[in-house]
Design a protein around this ligand. Structure first.
Ligand code: PMP
Length: 285
């Protein structure tokens, strides 16, 4: 009878904990920011959960300790409408609940060189369902696109938005490098404000001294890009080597993508002292 099962009325997060054998610890990456985004989603969907961001972080550390993981893990919080009632579409009348699971997790995309296609499905538009939150029901949009792409033999789908501009992958943000500048679609183009996206934007500027611009991107610009890559908690940072059967540049992962990828991996496992503030270290027994 749970409302969210029938109507998709929930919001969730995908957080990674990265096992570091030398430290004997799991590094939970940018946990706070994930929970801030969850709370944003709760506000939009009128999900009333009795926890602050602080509380949610503490509960998560506690669960990761109790589950005694010694591998990379995926942390999945879910706030949802729990009312057991059919045919009520009024969020303000429905009770909410919260659940949290942690599971061992490895590679998500199954390839480190992605062949992608432009999806025939369009990304949801803000006045339909806001793409800026991780609402459960929205993932029908991503799932239709991912299914179409993989049945056709591609690794991932790139969705265009309502206006025909590039938005994102089914579960990743997208970046393009052209003439030494890094571009990614702005949030107004119906993309999730990815935490990996933000991490990459910060690193590209601070560590590589590169210009990073959030601006609208045309599909054909991706065909002509020097480099394209996807970013996400599950996907990490993964090069796209082909789009719609056209190789991106010479069809090999580009140098800036590879440099950012190395830096990112080092940081998420807690090996870069400068960015340890992004990692919550949970020592395992
Ligand atoms: N876009 C969509 C649609 C996603 O599901 C995800 C995964 N959360 C992302 C982008 C990447 O966001 P993040 O880097 O915060 O995982």
């Amino acid at each position: 009878m749970t409302h969210a099962l029938h109507y998709g009325t929930g919001v969730f997060e995908g957080i990674r904990g990265n096992w570091n054998a030398d430290q004997g610890a799991i590094n939970i990456f940018r946990m706070r920011e994930h929970y801030e985004r969850l709370i944003d989603g709760c506000r939009i969907l009128m999900l009333d959960i009795p926890y602050s961001v602080e509380d949610l972080c503490n509960i998560t550390v506690d669960l990761v300790e109790r589950n005694r993981h010694v591998s990379d893990i995926y942390i999945r919080p879910l706030a949802y409408k729990s009312e057991e009632l059919v045919a009520n579409l009024k969020l303000q009348e429905l009770s909410s609940d919260f659940t949290l699971i942690t599971v061992p997790f490895g590679n998500y995309l199954g390839s480190d060189r992605l062949r992608c296609c432009t999806s025939s499905w369009r990304r949801v538009d803000d006045p339909m369902i806001p793409a800026r939150i991780k609402a459960c029901g929205i993932y029908i949009n991503s799932i239709l696109a991912k299914t179409e792409a993989t049945i056709a033999g591609f690794d991932e789908a790139i969705l265009l938005n309502h206006d025909g501009h590039v938005s994102e992958g089914s579960g990743e943000n997208i970046f393009m490098v052209k003439k030494g500048i890094i571009y990614t679609p702005p949030l107004e183009d119906n993309v999730l404000g990815g935490i990996t996206r933000d991490t990459i934007m910060q690193l590209a500027g601070a560590e590589l001294g590169m210009e990073v611009q959030a601006r609208t991107i045309d599909r054909s610009e991706l065909y002509l890009a020097d480099e394209v890559f996807l970013s996400g908690t599950a996907a990490h940072l993964t090069p796209v080597i082909e789009l719609d059967c056209r190789p991106i540049a010479d069809g090999q992962p580009g140098p800036i993508t590879s440099q950012l990828q190395r830096m990112y991996f080092d940081i998420v496992v807690g090996n870069n002292p400068k960015y340890l503030h992004w990692c919550t270290q949970v020592r395992q027994p």
